[in-house]
Design a protein around this ligand. Structure first.
Ligand SMILES: [Zn+2]
Length: 176
């Protein structure tokens, strides 16, 4: 009997902790993975920079899906696919994360990749995979040197800023 009550309680806790896809508040940032939805929700609550990023994406004509993948090339932890689905007026992009990252580093990683989504949407460079690649190549100083993962300084900066804000919010929460 006691075991049953406990398992019911645990089940209830699991249900209430998970953010169901049905009541997901963000129209333009989506994931089928509950753990990725939890990362976005936590980042939104704890980091002003992360929140601004999600709010901007929600106001842009574009949708991004965050999905998991077993392996990424070049030792990358996350990547924005240079592939476009959807329509010209509402492109659908895909961010891939290696495995199922968790914690503050995963929030910073998502911020990094979503910043790339903002960059490409702002520039309107989503007409084709070639247009996306050309756009990111133009932003990447290392690319002309022939050694590039098509990185942008802004994405690296935003990840660092989100990490700092998460550290701060962890300290605030740790106060008695
Ligand atoms: Zn990047």
């Amino acid at each position: 009997m006691r075991g049953t009550t406990l398992s019911v309680l645990v089940w209830w806790a699991v249900l209430t902790c998970q953010i169901g896809a049905a009541d997901w508040p963000f129209a333009h940032v989506r994931s089928d993975e509950p753990s990725f939805r939890a990362i976005v929700t936590e980042g939104y609550q704890r980091s002003a920079t992360f929140k601004a990023l999600i709010d901007e994406l929600d106001s842009q004509p574009g949708i991004v899906y965050i999905a998991s993948i077993a392996k990424l090339s070049q030792g990358m932890e996350g990547a924005l696919l240079h592939a476009v689905a959807g329509s010209p007026s509402l492109p659908v992009l895909r961010v891939l994360l290696k495995g199922h990252p968790a914690g503050d580093s995963a929030i910073a990683l998502v911020a990094h990749e979503l910043r790339h989504v903002v960059e490409v949407l702002r520039a309107g460079a989503t007409s084709s995979p070639t247009a996306m690649t050309r756009f990111f190549a133009s932003l990447d100083a290392a690319h002309s040197a022939g050694m590039s993962k098509l990185e942008t300084e802004a994405a690296q900066e935003i990840a660092a800023r989100v990490r700092r804000e998460l550290q701060q919010s962890a300290r605030i929460n740790a106060r008695p």
